[in-house]
Design a binder for this molecule. Structure first.
Ligand SMILES: [Cu+2]
Length: 122
């Protein structure tokens, strides 16, 4: 009986350790998963609009604005301090890393009706 218990304990240990190894190797199957935790999000400036106008990201994520219009645009924080792309000509881009959580509203200084927001989660 004691021998039986011992066998079952050993069997259980083998099963548990096998599961652990499988899950651990599973995690290693995606070595890029960690580096892609905070990917760059792209916002196009096209047709006098930010596309998409509202995005939600995790803290530490980079946001890249690309001007696809032939007119110059800016991506300027409404508070004018957090970030400001300056004038972006056709094809030019601007990248900002969002390090603090909150709802960051921005607009185009040249066309103030163009508005967008970046919601940064912790
Ligand atoms: Cu504009």
């Amino acid at each position: 009986m004691r021998r039986m218990m011992l066998l079952m304990t050993v069997a259980a240990l083998v099963v548990v350790s096998t599961l652990f190894v499988v899950s651990a190797s599973g995690a290693h199957k995606h070595p890029t998963a960690k580096t892609q935790k905070h990917p760059t999000r792209t916002v196009l400036i096209q047709g006098f609009r930010f596309k998409p106008a509202n995005i939600t990201i995790k803290r530490g994520t980079k946001v890249r604005w690309i001007n696809k219009d032939s007119h110059p645009h800016t991506a300027t924080a409404t508070n004018k301090r957090s970030f400001d792309s300056g004038r972006l000509g056709k094809g030019q881009s601007y990248t900002h890393t969002f390090k603090s959580a909150g709802n960051k509203k921005y607009f185009c200084e040249i066309h103030p009706f163009m508005r967008g927001s970046v919601v940064v989660k912790r």
